[in-house]
Design a protein around this ligand. Structure first.
Ligand SMILES: [Zn+2]
Ligand SMILES: [Zn+2]
Ligand SMILES: [Zn+2]
Length: 351
């Protein structure tokens, strides 16, 4: 993100990762994180709807949200006059989102590497969202999150190298606009790195901190701690936005605040579920955990919470039947039949 001050821009970018929803799979209470994160729709992140599919690369679909064009127009016109021709302003704006895109690919590819799912990246005015669903292990989560900012770290010497070559070739004098653009891209990359590393959940820095705490405190309490830290951080950010009278920073602050609140609710739900009695007759085919007893699933159709296993994957309120049921412990969706032990021996073992 560019913090508004640096280089006189007034736009900001948040890198956010969101768990993807596959098909008719249910949404879980408190937007249970299938990526340790939150559901897109409910917290104002872009979805495929209203987005244009640009391309497919390495099995990842890239979407661009329509609102990007409006904000791009505003952002570019704000910077008019900094170059000899507005074409350079357009290039600068595209470079900004090029860096965001590389960052998101870093998340997506790292997530795949550790065995998670990542098939979609959406660009929108506040930045990029990589829909990643890493395995529910702190190490896998840590790598999936850290790989994004690492891309910006790698870009550092790359951009410096290009600048050096340009100055050696004397292009700074002959092509002042290109040189100016390169400098701007350098600052953009730096600002994105610093902003995303702030330890404010759900920014990358906050999520890295969460993954590290997960090793010590466990999945639920690590989330609880970082959301509380996040509230303090976001209060500072909103204060800064007010002082700087930056609408963009205010919007980003509100966005972070909403997600922090959601994260806190998730953590509370996780702790509640961890303490609940379990349906001993069912076991997740992936992680072998028994699902908790209680209304921990939300019907995607009527929004009523219900106990997926007590109701055998049919909503008691609207009779919507679920093809797959998400595991609250590992996030993996499986058909309800797959949750029943295949062999009686195995059941005896788990009892
Ligand atoms: Zn990121
Ligand atoms: Zn329902
Ligand atoms: Zn599981």
């Amino acid at each position: 993100m560019n913090m508004g001050g640096a280089h006189g821009r007034d736009f900001g970018l948040v890198c956010r990762d969101a768990s993807g929803h596959n098909g008719v799979q249910l949404k879980r209470t408190g937007r249970w994180p299938s990526g340790g994160l939150y559901c897109g729709k409910a917290c104002m992140t872009p979805t495929n709807q209203g987005s244009i599919r640009l391309l497919r690369l390495a099995g990842i679909d890239l979407y661009l949200h329509w609102s990007w064009f409006l904000v791009a127009y505003y952002g570019i016109s704000q910077r008019a006059g900094t170059y000899a021709s507005p074409v350079w302003n357009v290039l600068e704006y595209l470079a900004l989102f090029g860096i965001v895109l590389l960052h998101e690919f870093g998340h997506a590819l790292a997530c795949r590497q550790v065995g998670g799912q990542a098939d979609r990246i959406v660009l929108w005015p506040l930045g990029g969202v990589a829909y990643v669903n890493p395995p529910q292990r702190p190490g896998a989560m840590l790598w999936s999150i850290a790989a994004g900012p690492l891309v910006n770290v790698v870009l550092f010497p790359t951009l410096l190298g290009i600048a050096y070559l340009m100055s050696v070739a004397g292009l700074a004098e002959t092509m002042p606009n290109a040189s100016e653009l390169l400098q701007a891209v350098f600052y953009i990359n730096f600002a994105l790195l610093i902003f995303n590393l702030l330890p404010i959940y759900p920014l990358d820095g906050g999520q890295i901190l969460r993954s590290l705490l997960w090793f010590v405190l466990g999945r639920a309490w690590s989330l609880m701690v970082v959301t509380v830290i996040g509230f303090v951080g976001v209060a500072g950010l909103i204060l800064l936005a007010a002082l700087a009278q930056s609408v963009w920073m205010g919007l980003i602050g509100m966005f972070i605040l909403l997600n922090c609140w959601r994260g806190l609710r998730q953590a509370v739900e996780m702790i509640r579920a961890a303490r609940a009695p379990r349906h001993e007759e069912f076991a997740c085919p992936h992680c072998r955990m028994h699902p908790p007893c209680g209304a921990f699933w939300i019907c995607g159709n009527c929004q009523q919470p219900f106990d997926m296993f007590a109701e055998r994957a049919v909503c008691p309120n609207c009779a919507a039947a679920y093809v797959t049921t998400g595991c609250l412990d590992c996030g993996a969706p499986s058909p309800i039949q797959a949750w029943l032990p295949a062999e009686p021996d195995e059941q005896i073992e788990t009892v």
